[in-house]
Structures are given as C-alpha cells and as structure tokens.
Design a protein around this ligand. Sequence first.
Ligand SMILES: Cc1ncc(COP(=O)(O)O)c(C=O)c1O
Length: 410
Amino acid sequence: MTTLADAQAQDAADPLAPMRAHFALPDGVIYLDGNSLGALPKATVTAQEDAVARQWGADLIRSWNSNDWIGAPQRIGAKIAPLIGAKPHEVIVTDSVSVNLFKLIVAATRLRPGRSHILTEPGNFPTDLYTAKGASGILPDHIVHTEQAGDLADALGPETALMMLTHVHYKSGERHDMAGLTEAAHNAGALTLWDLSHSVGAIPVDLNGCDVDLAVGCGYKYLNGGPGAPAFLYVREDLQEEIHSPLSGWMGHAAPFEFRDDYEPAPGITRFLCGTPPILSLLALETGVELFADIEMKAVAAKSAALFDLFVAHVEERCGDYGLNLITPRDAAHRGSHISFAHSDGWPISQALIERGVIGDFRAPDILRFGLTPLYLRFEDVWRAVEILGDILDSGIWREERFAEKAAVT
Ligand SMILES: Cc1ncc(COP(=O)(O)O)c(C=O)c1O
C-alpha cells in the first residue's frame, strides 16, 4: 500500500515543487480541475491591479502605445510559441478556440479547392464538431467526415481538404500521434489543424517538428490565464502569406489606422486578428504564460506521468472494489495530463468529492475527470484525494439526495 510518507518523499524530490508557491490556492482544497480552469497565479493579482489602475485608469488610451497594448496579441503569442514547438511569429493570441477554429477551417479549405471533406473524429470536443459543421455550411458542397481514431489515416484521400483533430481528448485524455497523422494527411495532400487545448502547458508539443500546418489552443486551462482567457492560433510560417481569415476585421488589416474602405490583410499571422483585443484578459494570460519561462516541458511531462502513476496505483489499492473504470491510457506517451474514470454514479460522486474539498469535474454521461497540473499539484495532494475518494465510496455518502441535482456547469 502506498503511504502518505511515500507521497511526501516524492514531493521532497520534486524539482518543480517550488512552483506551487506562485499560485494562490485556497486552504482545504485539493484542486484537480486545472485542465478546465487553471489556478490563479499570485502575480496576476498585482499585474491586473497595475493593468486596471495605472494602465487603464491613469494612462487611459495612451496605453495602446505607451504600454504596448496594441502589440499584446503577438507578444504573448511569442511567449506561448516555445511551449508548442513553434517560432515566435507563428503564434498569436486572439478570440476563443471556437472562433479560431472557424477562421482556420474556412481559411484552410479555401487553400484546397476541389477537395470537399473536413476529416475529424466522432466524440471530438463539441465546439470542434459544431464549428466544422458551421464552416462547412458556408463552403460550397463541403461535408464533415468523421471516422474513429484508428481509421483516420485510411480515411484520408483525394477528397480531404483538412484533417482537424484534438491532440489530447478532453474526456479520455488519449493522445493522438501528431507526427504520424500529420504525415499521413500531407501524403494525401490535405492540411492539418490541431486543437491543443488539453496539451499546451501540460505535455511537450512540437508543431514545427511534426510539420503541422495550423493549430489552436486554450488559455484558461494549463496556461492559467483566467476564466474565459483568450485563445491562441498558430499558422505555419510558409503558409502565412497565402492564407486568409474569413473574419476580415480591422485589427487584421495591414494599416488599421489608415481607416481605408478596402481590406488589405496584414502581413503574417496578424491577419488573423479580427476586432479590438480584450486587454485585461490578455494581460492576465501573459502572467500565466510567464510562469513557464524557466521551465522545461520535459520536467512538466515527467511529473505529470508520476502524478498519474501514483493516482492509478492508489485508486487500485484503495478503491479497487467500487467499479471505477480507468479510461485513460496508462502509457504516458499516449495521453495528456488528466485522468478519467467511468462510473455509473460519476455525478453524485464528483459532488461528494467537492464537498470534501477535492475539486475535479464530471463529463457526461459517466466520467469522473481529474486534472494533474504539475506546476501546483503535490504528490501528497494526489494521495489525499484518493483517500477521500475511498472514504466517500466506503461510506456511500454520495447516495444522499443533495448530491443528485445537476448544476448548469459540471
Ligand atoms: C478540446 C477543446 N477545444 C475547445 C474548447 C473550448 O473552446 P472555447 O475557448 O471556444 O470555449 C475546449 C474547452 O474545454 C476543449 O476542451
């Protein structure tokens, strides 16, 4: 049986342990939902105070120039780039993942005239499926073609304009072979678009090394950018001058302050901006991203793998009789940084856990999901969380009526 002392010994040897002090984590809470909303970096509180009181309050509109608000989307994109194996000018922060998906799906398929399929998988994150369907509706004769993960490579063909996949699955945590599938797509003449929402800041990603064409990702999960933080978008360098955003707003214009009637796309990735950037949210994201500045993603991945192994081992020892079915691959190379169990009573169990201070989440129909965030989670936290899960299952307290009612956000 793994003991608390074993977990504490792992914490004592953890090179990332000092990072936890950078986060404002409430007492009595074990936070296992950083894959949905990252924790608050302490520096964000002071940086937002400065952004609001000084930059907005005192400097007013001058801040667009004097505090370089206007350069924030590119500047923060450049700080995200090393986390995903991209060049600084290949990434920009803007809009939401959903809006960026829409822009890139339309833009990419227009680069492949005569091909009408957008290939993805059933059970992809809903917004990816919905935006693909919405985009195909405004493109001539396009369809969204879905195939199960194992059949994707065979489904590529002369009809495929774009293969659009989420790198790490939001429910199962399963990771696609980005290099292999991208190569297969290119061999079929298709472009690739990867959703990195559950990868960025969690596991190493090498977009350039895998020759990926396009990507998007989320700012409010492992990047700790705050609720509704803006997303990012990546376009491979050599595609940037031929690709065009269908949302041709003024911030993506070559000269927005010349106020011309005719649209002329800005050079490079800037053309994927649309409207005025949300500066306060961008600056919150910047603080979150800066916490990764001196961190090797290899160290993050190694800790994520060790947290996962402890979680699984202790669940098997402590909760083995209660029908928790691990649906996340055990092999670290084939998953992201969360761990999911199917259980027919997943919802009330997740609520009983939250009452005891263990915050994970639930994904319909039956998935208990726990985010393992190496920057601020201790091995001790994982051990204690599993102990509490064991208590809840032993006592059956989750059967009480107050845990049954579904909330709007699960
Ligand atoms: C894979 C994936 N894509 C996209 C999103 C959300 O996109 P948006 O920023 O548009 O809300 C999520 C949110 O959890 C996600 O898991």
